[in-house]
Design a protein around this ligand. Structure first.
Ligand SMILES: Cc1cc2nc3c(=O)[nH]c(=O)nc-3n(C[C@H](O)[C@H](O)[C@H](O)COP(=O)(O)OP(=O)(O)OC[C@H]3O[C@@H](n4cnc5c(N)ncnc54)[C@H](O)[C@@H]3O)c2cc1C
Length: 319
């Protein structure tokens, strides 16, 4: 085994280094669709920012490339390591360092699962709005590295918009201390933004201070069926105007997806519904009294769809 492997084991402990060719490496070197496969020298699991720093420094000294990995849900090859590279898996950096409900901020380590970040905010009566299909396994570091969007972008913006500060290990192992939970920070260059969406090319994010929001007092989800795509866009525009921009989610499910759901999930389209038309519009969320005034939009739906989902409060009848 090359000397770099031993140096890495000395930093994180033998238990936290996995040889790239071993069976234990499988969850890290393969991804769900089977489109990509890594062939690293090793997978290293550091337990602190300092250990990440030492690992990166050791790799830099050896001239070995480093690839960070979060929940491995990106599915487009970003977390794939080449032959002889070192993968740095972030899962042990999973501490919620602070939740400050009064300040509307929380500081979390990069290996926190997104759903755990949401839950910690919820426990404090706050909302962390980044939400996407992979939230049960993707990690906040991966979300920031990919500037993930999700279903609440309309109201809250992409992951980038939630970040107040970052802690990052740079390519030579130095730590960039940019963790600043100050909302009204207008000083100088906004360097943290360079690391967001950079997919680990400029450094490994080890922690982040993010914004959390008052939990919605009232929200409502409405499902509408359409046969004309243009009507969906008209509704989107109108809904934003009429609600004072309190619309948080507006998702389009194409008929091909609904048909696939119908094929695999019994009752997905509701009783007696065979055809949902060209396009189905779903997830119409808002807050406060505004959501109660949405009746005016119902006329836009031209198909009845019974989704059979508990979360849907309102199903719009055919008009
Ligand atoms: C079912 C499903 C639904 C999804 N929905 C959405 C969606 O609605 N909107 C959207 O934008 N995306 C979506 N995605 C893709 C989404 O961007 C990723 O799933 C998620 O953000 C990546 O997080 P991860 O922890 O799994 O990162 P990984 O897949 O492990 O890594 C992704 C990239 O980030 C880098 N990286 C990981 N951690 C760090 C770190 N700490 N520091 C620096 N770089 C790092 C990796 O090297 C890699 O380049 C979805 C994916 C799935 C599977």
């Amino acid at each position: 085994m090359p000397r770099l492997y031993d140096r890495l084991a000395a930093i994180v402990g033998d238990r936290h280094v996995i040889a790239g060719q071993s069976a234990d490496a499988e969850p890290y070197v393969s991804e769900a669709r089977g489109d990509y496969r890594s062939t690293p020298l090793a997978i290293v699991l550091p337990g602190s920012t300092d250990e990440v720093s030492q690992v990166v420094r050791a790799c830099a000294d050896a001239g070995t490339a480093v690839v960070p990995q979060g929940g491995n849900t990106g599915l487009c090859g970003g977390a794939v390591a080449g032959a002889g590279d070192v993968m740095v898996a972030m899962k042990r950096l999973d501490r919620i360092r602070e939740v400050d409900a009064m300040n509307g901020t929380m500081t979390v380590e990069a290996g926190c699962i997104l759903a755990d970040v949401q839950a910690a905010a919820r426990t404090a009566g706050r909302l962390f709005p980044v939400s996407l299909g992979a939230e049960g396994s993707c990690m906040i570091g991966g979300n920031l590295a990919t500037n993930a969007g999700g279903i609440n972008v309309l109201r809250y913006g992409n992951s980038r918009q939630q970040v107040l500060g970052l802690e990052v290990v740079l390519g030579d192992g130095r730590v960039w201390h940019g963790l600043n939970p100050l909302y009204k920070n207008n000083t100088g260059y906004d360097l943290k933004q360079l690391f967001i969406g950079a997919e680990g090319t400029l450094g490994i994010i080890t922690a982040a201070s993010v914004e959390i929001y008052p939990y919605p007092v009232r929200s409502r989800t409405i499902l509408l069926g359409f046969s004309r795509l243009g009507a969906c866009l008209e509704l989107l525009s109108l809904a934003r105007e009429e609600s004072g921009d309190q619309l948080s989610s507006f998702e389009l499910i194409p008929d091909i997806a609904m048909r696939a759901a119908a094929e695999h999930v019994e009752g997905a389209l509701g009783d007696g519904v065979a055809d949902v038309g060209e396009v189905v519009l779903s997830l119409f969320d808002g807050f406060e009294e505004v959501v109660l005034g949405l009746g005016g939009f119902f006329g836009f739906g031209d198909r009845f769809v019974d989704p059979g989902l508990d979360e849907v409060d309102e199903v719009v009848p055919q008009v």
